[in-house]
Design a protein around this ligand. Structure first.
Ligand code: SAH
Length: 217
């Protein structure tokens, strides 16, 4: 089966499992080529629904996890989004597809080797105009704030206060919260237009720990 067939099949499966909530998420997942975002040695496994190792001792998340993140974020065209810990860069590509040319996509990654890998992947997949920052994303990205949406692929001890400060009213944060590799929950936090914070748990997950000032020491 070629990659395009595999991509269609996994999107069909994720839809059947109820992981893909909306058409824009489906369209993005049909468009972005995951084979460009995995390590070359794992290319044949690009469409297995599992995380895979990437340079820097971290992982690209499984497709169903990307579907869950994208569905929970409720991205709108022209949203300004930040991904903390972009790793492979694939979630940035999906978000670029959804927010479109009027939106803005910013990614921050702390491991230089992983940063280089993600950047190379976005170039070879043809994504331009995504702002990439090398640094500690537990501090957010103050020079680019405020954001409509903030998403993290690394698990924080608690939601870092700079992320909440850098979120627009009406904005949403999706991040795993909890101790390293156990007892982690995927958390949805919404800042209402009145500035109230609403939190929901979306279920148990396993992610690499967030490093940095507001991460695990
Ligand atoms: N969505 C990405 C997830 C990558 S794993 C993907 O599917 O490819 C999470 C990433 O968070 C790792 O690359 C790790 O290096 C990064 N990370 C951990 N702590 C960070 C921090 N404080 N700032 C920026 N990135 C961080």
């Amino acid at each position: 089966m070629d990659f395009e067939e595999q991509r269609k099949r996994i999107v069909e499966n994720l839809k059947a499992e109820g992981r893909i909530a909306t058409e824009d998420v489906e369209r993005a997942m049909l468009k972005v080529r995951r084979e460009y975002f995995v390590w070359d040695k794992y290319r044949d496994d690009a469409y297995s629904d599992t995380p895979l190792p990437i340079p820097g001792g971290v992982t690209i998340s499984a497709p169903h996890m990307h579907a869950i993140f994208l569905s929970a974020l409720k991205l709108r065209p022209s949203d300004k989004v930040l991904e903390v810990g972009f790793g492979s860069g694939i979630l940035l590509a999906y978000m670029r597809e959804i927010v479109g040319s009027k939106g803005r996509v910013v990614g921050i990654e702390v491991i230089p080797e992983t940063f280089k890998f993600g950047k190379k992947n976005l170039v070879r997949a043809g994504y331009k105009g995504i702002k990439l920052i090398l640094g500690d994303g537990s501090l957010g990205a103050p020079e680019e704030a405020p954001f409509d949406k903030i998403v993290s692929g690394a698990s924080a001890p608690e939601i870092p206060s700079p992320w909440i400060e850098q979120l627009k009213p009406g904005g949403v944060i999706i991040t795993p919260v909890g101790s390293t590799f156990s007892n982690q929950e995927l958390v949805y936090l919404e800042k209402t237009r009145q500035g109230k914070l609403i939190k929901k748990n979306l279920g148990g997950v396993v992610f690499v720990p967030l490093k940095g000032r507001h991460g695990f020491k």
